[in-house]
Design a protein around this ligand. Structure first.
Ligand code: NAD
Length: 355
């Protein structure tokens, strides 16, 4: 029925663990993509996928993206991801989360779990009862807390680097910036943009979030369907994935895209479509690595926000390196980012270890 194993061979996955536990309602999977650089870190997504196949393909793709994200950020972490195919609003129980925790424990540290869509820090506390391989715990429990402020700080650095590369200046004053999504990442970004004197436009499907941004940061509100054809300098997607596609790219009137959302390109070819329209694309996993960088400072050491912020600041240089090599090699920025990340994994894999 499925071709998961062939997909894993093609994409270099190491392991896929699937589980179904009727007693607790647990049904899902953990994908370990690559542990060359370190344990496979990635969040647990609780989402009612339409089919088992959708869920498994989702976890396989997301785990590979985590390998690239951590490799490009210079972390000693591999890529992994987990899913529970349930409704986070109605199906989450202590038993479900602890049953999942036993699956993480069985991997003996090859996979380290954390939050993602549908999971919270409080959920991590339940999982922690069954395994020590969990991060993203609250600050008061010795964890690194909510990763979103660091993600937004990294995104801010990415926007500065994008402006510098596109316009030879990272002065954002008067620059027209369009935000899609005013949730955690979008909201923590607003003070940086206001501080720079940017002209901020934005949309969210939740009106209360738009209103708050209007009142606190002078945001100019847009309807959700207006974000793509709004004339602007930088489009900043901070909502869902797949939003750069055949329908939206031709409409776009931005000169650059640099946002925090995961998996913005529906397919890699949409990076070429952006380049053809002279829209500079900042690869999402380079730009939004602040969250995983923050969490990495919780693993095996006492969390230091200062150190995590210093490392997150390097996103500016990493992104500049991606832009530069894309131009030098005549490839899309997405392909340049992938090559850069993959070359680090390959180099470390080839080390002859003296043991
Ligand atoms: P969030 O749920 O807090 O915010 C998302 C916001 O997008 C919500 O306010 C939602 O109403 C809005 N939204 C949904 N569909 C929309 C649409 N069509 N138009 C406009 N707004 C819409 O999530 P978040 O934590 O801010 O994450 C945002 C994105 O960044 C996600 O893709 C996430 O995977 C990615 N990301 C987040 C982090 C992090 O640290 N939080 C780290 C890396 C990547």
């Amino acid at each position: 029925m499925s071709d998961y194993i062939s997909y894993m061979e093609e994409h270099g996955h190491e392991q896929l663990v699937v589980f179904g536990d009727a007693a607790t309602g647990l049904r899902g999977a953990i994908a370990v993509h690559d542990t060359t650089l370190g344990p496979a870190l990635g969040g647990l997504r609780i989402w009612p996928h339409g089919s088992e196949r959708d869920g498994i393909m989702d976890v396989l793709r997301l785990s590979e993206a985590m390998t690239l994200k951590s490799a490009a950020a210079g972390l000693d972490l591999g890529g992994g991801k987990a899913i529970i195919m349930r409704n986070a609003g109605t199906d989450k129980t202590e038993a479900l989360l602890r049953s999942y925790g036993t699956q993480v424990a069985a991997l003996n540290g090859r996979y380290v779990t954390t939050e993602d869509v549908g999971t919270t820090m409080a959920d991590m506390q339940w999982i922690r009862r069954e395994t020590k391989h969990v991060v993203g715990l609250p600050l008061e429990s010795g964890g690194s807390g909510d990763p979103s402020p660091m993600t937004s700080y990294g995104l801010y650095q990415g926007i500065l680097a994008t402006a510098q590369y596109r316009w030879n200046s990272d002065d954002l004053s008067g620059m027209r910036i369009v935000l899609q999504g005013l949730g955690k990442v979008g909201n923590y970004l607003l003070p940086y943009l206001k501080g720079e004197g940017a002209v901020i436009f934005g949309a969210d499907i939740d009106d209360s979030r738009v209103e708050r941004a209007q009142n606190q940061f002078g945001l100019v509100p847009l309807r959700p369907d207006e974000v793509f054809d709004q004339e602007c300098d930088i489009f900043v997607p901070c909502a869902l994935g797949g939003i750069l596609n055949d329908e939206t790219v031709p409409q776009m009137r931005a000169k650059a895209v640099c946002g925090g959302a995961n998996n913005q390109l529906l397919e890699p070819r949409h990076a070429d479509a952006l380049a053809e329209r002279d829209i500079l694309y900042a690869p999402d996993y380079i730009v939004n690595a602040g969250g995983v960088i923050n969490i990495s400072y919780e693993i095996g050491r006492d969390y230091s926000a200062e150190e995590a912020r210093r490392k997150t600041g390097q996103i500016y240089d990493t992104l500049t390196g991606v832009f530069t090599s894309a131009r030098a090699e005549g490839i899309s920025t997405d392909e340049a980012a992938r090559r850069m990340a993959q070359s680090r994994v390959d180099a470390v894999r080839n080390i002859r270890r003296a043991r």
